[in-house]
Design a protein around this ligand. Structure first.
Ligand code: FAD
Length: 553
């Protein structure tokens, strides 16, 4: 269902002095939102108008511009005083104002920088109470940061202010009897998995960034991964959370028990709230027994539609693979060119499904037989990995395809949409049309067991026509996804990158309800302002040319 949303005026009480340049206003009798005071005259801006955004330029008015700049500098002065108070309370070994620290925290994987005024390297949870107390007092924006691997700009301090670096809160303790992990928000997801595995337990959510990203970031984005179809996403493994409300009060949502029905479930409200409703400091995670065996199968198909139809037959037969990864023809070709290896010998450039079963011996024996019979009937070729080493080689190819796509363009609009299974085939047909009509390369891969597909619109930034086409193409994609009953994001969240599409997914009433929750918990709008509800068109912003440790080689 699509909604023709109305415009929402940003809440007055959510505005900080630093927001001034970004606030929009509406002239009497006009439907359009205009950029607020404080923008440099002639600057291009965009505002939510109707279902989509409208770009405009700031009307030249030297008087208004001067006034805006004066207010901005008054704000900066007050803000410098707030930072000095914070340093006095926490010390210069916690509050960093040097250029290198501020630059490093100015961007995440979206690579669009906004410099914060200070970075707070949290040593203990009580530090956060002090930060939020002063932030509320002086109206300083605070952006919580895990590792900064988000692809949506959610961890970018778009309004400046203070960045809370959570990496030092990284304790991990496994409760072997209860099958739970007690973790600090800054713990690395791969470390949690390793510690759990050492005790025979398994923590299934596995974003591809797990060697870097933190559990706090995963909770804030409700991260998923390849295991989503069988086991679920981060939300399905959260037993309890603790942390701070935006106002600085300490709270605990739930306890380390499997049952908890006491009061409203605000734990789930925090999951996926992208650091806008609270700061998570620790979590209790549910673990499940480590699967006894794994078995990997690679299958090749004539075309994308055949691959998707075949997957549906498999799910109808009640086979629940731990992983079921789809790579379309373009993704396969990119991976092949990047690795110099053919993904499937004799089937170069064919779309593939890479399937992994996991479970007990008896369960696997049964499912293996069903899967082999299915492959013989539906695929044009299949290949079983005989050893873990062989399976690893197959996964290595899958891991290459995302980075390999940059041979098709130097810019990528990377969308992590979700499509309901019943509309897989319709979506495949739409995607083929989109590629043909846009003339762009749109390699697509993803998790078929939960419908979460990564659609990558590739283009060359310097080519104006291609850039415009990419922008149009992403809008067409999102409109179709919502019309097919899907979601504009399955795991990455909204951040900045998906803000132009929030109003496609949600009705005005839904957005108002979300904003009411935000206002109730964060009346001064200090936590991660400028995200989710205000439109930000990433394609209009220059990106830093930096290589991050987790960037695909
Ligand atoms: C190569 C690569 C592969 C990826 N693969 C996947 C994937 O398979 N699945 C997937 O879901 N995502 C994936 N991602 C996206 C990203 O890794 C996830 O969104 C991850 O959850 C971000 O964790 P982080 O620690 O880096 O958080 P950050 O990027 O630092 O922050 C992300 C958001 O969480 C908030 N936040 C962080 N910590 C806290 C906290 N303690 N309390 C409150 N809010 C907090 C931030 O304010 C921000 O809004 C991938 C990214 C890359 C670069």
């Amino acid at each position: 269902m699509t909604h023709s949303g109305t415009t929402e005026r940003p809440r007055k009480n959510c505005i900080t002095p630093w927001d001034l340049g970004l606030v929009c206003h509406r002239d009497r009798g006009s439907k359009d939102l205009k950029p607020g005071f404080g923008w440099p005259a002639g600057a291009p801006v965009s505002a939510p108008v109707g279902r989509m955004t409208r770009s405009t330029t700031v009307p030249a008015s030297p008087a208004l511009a001067r006034w805006g700049i004066a207010v901005h500098f008054r704000g900066m002065k007050r803000f410098a005083a707030a930072t000095a108070s914070l340093q006095a309370r926490l010390g210069a070994r916690v509050v960093f104002t040097d250029e290198a620290s501020r630059d490093a925290a100015s961007f995440d994987s979206a690579k669009i920088p906004f410099r914060p005024a200070a970075v707070i390297r949290v040593r203990k949870e009580a530090d956060i109470a002090v930060v939020l107390e002063l932030a509320n007092l002086h109206r300083v924006p605070v952006t919580t940061r895990g590792r900064g691997t988000t692809l949506t700009g959610a961890a970018t301090p778009v309004r400046g202010g203070w960045v809370l670096d959570m990496l030092a809160l990284n304790a991990i303790a496994i409760d072997e009897e209860a099958g739970m992990a007690h973790v600090g928000a800054g713990a690395k997801v791969a470390d949690i998995q390793r510690e759990a595995e050492a005790k025979g337990w398994f923590y299934p959510p596995d974003p591809s960034s797990k060697d870097y990203c933190t559990i706090g970031g995963n909770i804030a984005c409700n991260a998923g991964g390849m295991h989503g179809g069988k086991y679920g996403v981060t939300r399905d493994f959260i037993v309890a959370l603790r942390g701070f409300l935006p106002t600085g009060e300490y709270v605990e949502w739930g306890t380390a028990t499997k049952k908890f029905s006491a009061g409203f479930n605000l734990r789930d409200l925090w999951i996926g709230s992208e650091g806008m409703l609270g700061v998570v400091t620790g979590a209790v995670l549910k673990l499940i027994p480590q699967p006894a065996e794994r078995w990997t199968l690679l299958t090749a198909f004539k075309d994308e539609t055949q691959a998707l139809r075949a997957a549906l037959t498999l799910f109808r037969a009640k086979v629940q693979p731990a992983i079921c990864e789809f790579l379309d023809r373009e993704s396969v070709l990119c991976a092949e060119r990047a690795t110099g290896r053919v993904v499937f010998a004799g089937q170069s450039g064919r779309p593939v499904l890479l399937i992994e079963l996991a479970g007990g011996k008896a369960e696997l024996r049964e499912q293996r037989a069903v899967l082999l019979a299915w492959a013989k009937e539906h695929a044009i070729a299949h290949q079983v990995a005989r050893t873990r080493g062989e399976a690893e080689e197959l996964w290595a190819v899958r891991r290459k395809c995302s980075g390999a796509m940059f041979e098709l363009g130097d810019a990528k609009l990377n969308e992590d949409i979700v499509v309901p299974m019943k509309n897989y085939v319709k979506f495949a047909e739409f995607l083929a049309r989109l590629k043909r009509e846009s003339g762009l390369s749109i390699p697509t891969f993803g998790h078929l067991a939960d419908g979460n597909l990564h659609v990558n619109i590739m283009y060359h930034r310097a080519d104006a026509a291609e850039s415009r086409m990419a922008e149009k193409t992403v809008v067409r994609l999102m409109e179709t996804v919502v019309a097919l009953g899907g979601a504009i994001s399955g795991e990455h969240g909204i951040g900045l990158a998906k803000t132009p599409f929030m109003r496609l997914q949600h009705s005005p009433a839904q957005i108002r309800a979300m904003q009411a929750v935000k206002y109730a918990l964060d009346p001064r709008g200090v936590l991660n302002p400028g995200k989710m509800f205000e439109v930000f068109e990433v394609w209009k912003h220059a990106r830093l040319d930096v290589k991050l440790p987790w960037d695909h080689k």
